[in-house]
Design a protein around this ligand. Structure first.
Ligand code: OGA
Ligand code: MN
Length: 208
């Protein structure tokens, strides 16, 4: 059994991330996460049996509904069940604290789930939070797919909030992390031609 390594973003990484969020509201980080941790997360996602995955819904609480014409992925909430999940949560906690120190966002907590897109599955253009209606402030997506080829598609498209311009097209490559302001950027997942794993998460403020 190997010793557990702590996972955190360096002060320099946090500076870069904070600057990009201030300047453009989103960023794409390649090789953001230690390889061992990525392997641990992917292994856990692949080990989850069918009964651990639930049909992803849209809307929260009483508005929650399943609509496969909008999204067709399956999800599993991360709760620190294995060491890799704990390290991932530790890493995101360092991001939460680092961003609060730099940007005064008042990020209060972080929730995250694995998402599994089977061949052909997608998530149509959407916002993760409606202005003033949600406590989600900053969205994160971490990709877990080794050697993802362009021909597999499954890109995340980040749209300009004001027009039809696509600001970024992100290949779901192992170790790539995307961060964006939840209320600002519509985004979508193009149909993937291979099984596609990601971890989507949200930093939230405390509204209650
Ligand atoms: C989401 C989402 C993007 C992705 O779960 O809200 O937009 O690339 N996921 O998995
Ligand atoms: Mn989303």
């Amino acid at each position: 059994m190997e010793a557990s390594k702590s996972a955190f973003f360096s002060e320099q990484q946090l500076d870069t991330i904070a600057d990009k969020i201030t300047d453009q509201g989103y960023l794409v980080l390649k090789d953001a996460v230690d390889n061992e941790l990525l392997e641990g997360l992917l292994l856990q996602a692949k080990c989850l049996s069918a009964d651990h995955w639930r049909e992803a819904g849209i809307g929260r609480k009483e508005h929650h509904q399943i609509d496969r014409s909008i999204r067709s992925d399956k999800i599993h909430w991360i709760n620190g069940a294995v060491q890799a999940e704990n390290q991932f949560l530790e890493l995101m906690e360092s991001l939460r604290l680092g961003l609060n120190r730099r940007l005064y966002l008042g990020l209060y907590d972080y929730e995250s789930h694995y998402a599994k897109y089977a061949n052909g599955m997608f998530y149509k253009k959407h916002l993760d939070a409606l202005k003033g209606k949600s406590n989600r402030v900053l969205s994160s997506v971490l990709y877990l797919n080794a050697n993802w080829l362009e021909e597999y598609s499954g890109e995340l498209l980040i749209h300009d909030p004001h027009n039809d311009v696509i600001l970024a097209s992100v290949s779901p490559q192992l170790g790539t992390m995307v961060l964006f302001l939840s209320e600002k950027f519509p985004h979508q997942v193009l149909p993937a031609k291979r099984e596609r794993f990601s971890i989507a998460g949200w930093f939230r403020v405390n509204n209650s």
